[in-house]
Design a protein around this ligand. Structure first.
Ligand SMILES: [Zn+2]
Length: 91
């Protein structure tokens, strides 16, 4: 019975030590937060949004894969979609 209580107390100590470590209640200096002083706006994607003719997803022209067909620019969300589209239009 006494051993049980001792084991229980030991477990309690271990758990407390773990919790102290997790929540940093030790005497370590507080770490600086990375998100402290960022006032700059996020980089925005330029260009207008166009619809990928293959899958219908909207993508910015700056990020799109562009091809020119019959004097018309086509914008695809990915090279994969462009290839599929070209295969389809060929076959
Ligand atoms: Zn697509």
């Amino acid at each position: 019975m006494l051993i049980r209580i001792l084991v229980f107390l030991l477990l309690l100590l271990v758990v407390r030590a773990l919790i102290a470590r997790l929540f940093g209640t030790g005497r370590k200096a507080p770490r600086k937060r990375a998100w402290g002083g960022s006032t700059r706006a996020r980089a925005t994607v330029r260009g207008r949004m166009v619809k990928c003719p293959q899958c219908g997803i909207y993508v910015a022209t700056d990020l799109a894969v562009r091809i020119r067909r019959k004097n018309v620019n086509l914008y695809f969300c990915s090279e994969e979609c462009r290839d599929k589209f070209l295969q389809r239009s060929r076959g």
